[in-house]
Write a protein that binds this ligand. Structure first.
Ligand code: HAM
Length: 419
């Protein structure tokens, strides 16, 4: 009997995995440069952690969580995101007592029971980062610079950055009332979901993608006109820092995000290339969350990016070609084979990706295989080459061949990493 995978839960096969590994390696490199350290948090947490932090009146908590009763009747949930778990770990371990400023990153699977479609899965993967303990606008900008550097390192021409400020406990209630007064007048034009949720969470209506709701809220008051002095200054500083460091952005006062813990700076890196699932990375500031989860009043800001969406974009922009071996050794005759075997072993020990075949197939078939594997260079060795002490090194892209000396060949290949 064939057993299929669960809808929205996918396998990631060789060919694709290499792209993931390249993304993860680049992320680790950039996190190290920006001084973020890795944290590994559990995949399952108590349900109340998510309902309290993400918010009861959000899509995630209302209908997308995988929640189970454990054998001891505790309600547990597969993590739908990483921020809540990181903050829980930070509070529970009392990290803040040793050093309140912590820059942490994580990578891993998240679970949301959404309707699967292109770029939207039920098990998906995030690479995320949380900076705890800093309220200054520099860290907001730093996180955006980090993401900008990351996309640039991956040679992506998109996504582009949209930012907004959601204000804080001083100014958001005033805006909420203003918006609610506006929405009450338009109530009949809103979708059923927005009508139901609008009194509890009016800002969510601005994020609804239903055409009726978009049209009805076209002239809704902008949160940016309601920011208090400190929020306004903070947001102006973030914008100034981005401009000074050359990170282009647009203001989107309708961007409210799908989680309730945000305040002040919020952002999304979006692309036009993935249809409706346009957000590749998103995040913002969440100054009240540590306190809400039982810790001291410590601010936080962070982001998460969707690895499936990112790798899809890399493939669409043809930035994802997984590289073949740096060198493929084609050998003819047993003597050449016996010469090649220890040589490639030593090259591999030095970290060079090298491949050779084990059976004595024809030169033509071996060349075909090198081509299929997308080898960068091919070294051709036969008994004549061994006798003359010279071998052919062929560049597969340019088709140019050069004759190189057998003596010291490893040093030669290593010195230019066989490229
Ligand atoms: P989020 O906007 O819910 O934020 O998710 C971040 C990213 O995860 C999205 O932009 C998207 O790329 C990806 N993503 C979300 N849901 C799915 C899905 N069903 N399938 C595929 N990809 C998906 C958060 O999760 C916050 N914790 C981000 C954050 C960190 N804010 C502050 N710190």
């Amino acid at each position: 009997m064939k057993i299929s995978s669960i809808k929205g839960f996918t396998d990631i096969f060789p060919g694709e995995v290499e792209v993931w590994q390249a993304v993860e390696a680049e992320a680790r490199r950039i996190f190290a440069a920006y001084q973020f350290a890795e944290i590994r948090i559990p995949i399952v947490e108590k349900t109340e952690l998510f309902s309290r932090s993400i918010g009861e009146a959000t899509d995630i908590v209302e209908k997308e969580m995988y929640t189970f009763e454990d054998r001891d009747s505790t309600s547990i949930t597969l993590r739908p995101e990483g921020t809540a778990g990181v903050v829980r770990a930070y509070v529970e371990s009392e990290m803040h007592k040793v050093e309140p400023v912590r820059k942490l990153y994580y990578m891993g699977a998240m679970f949301r029971r959404e309707r699967p479609q292109k770029g939207r899965l039920r098990q998906f993967h995030q690479i995320g980062a949380e900076a705890l303990g800093r309220s200054d606008p520099l860290i907001d900008a730093e996180i955006l610079l980090l993401l900008g550097d990351f996309f640039r390192a991956l040679r992506l021409s998109e996504p582009s950055l949209q930012i907004n400020s959601l204000g804080d406990a001083a100014c958001r209630p005033g805006y909420r009332e203003k918006l609610l007064a506006f929405l009450r007048q338009k109530k009949d034009l809103l979708c059923a979901n927005c009508q139901r949720r609008m009194e509890r969470n009016p800002l969510r209506v601005l994020d609804c993608k239903e055409p009726g709701c978009v049209a009805a809220t076209n002239n809704a008051p902008s949160i940016l006109d309601s920011l208090c002095g400190p929020c306004s200054e903070h947001f102006a500083a973030v914008q100034r820092l981005l401009s000074e460091t050359g990170v282009p952005f647009t203001l989107n006062p309708r961007m409210v995000r799908g989680l309730d813990y945000y305040c002040r700076t919020t952002f999304e890196w979006t692309t036009t290339q993935l249809g409706s699932q346009s957000a590749v990375a998103a995040g913002g500031r969440y100054d009240g969350l540590v306190e809400q989860l039982g810790g001291p009043a410590i601010p936080g800001v962070g982001f998460a990016l969707g690895v499936e969406r990112l790798t899809m974009l890399l493939r669409m922009q043809e930035r994802a070609a997984s590289p073949g071996p740096a060198l493929f050794v084609v050998w003819v005759g047993e003597k050449a084979r016996d010469w090649a075997f220890p040589v490639i072993h030593r090259l591999r020990q030095k970290g060079i990706a090298v491949e050779m075949e084990g059976e004595g197939r024809s030169l033509k078939s071996q060349m075909r295989r090198a081509d299929k594997l997308k080898a960068v260079k091919v070294l051709i060795v036969g008994e004549n080459e061994l006798a003359s002490g010279k071998v052919m090194l062929r560049d597969m892209a340019s088709k140019q061949q050069e004759e190189i000396d057998l003596a010291g060949i490893e040093t030669r290949l290593l010195s230019r990493k066989a490229s």
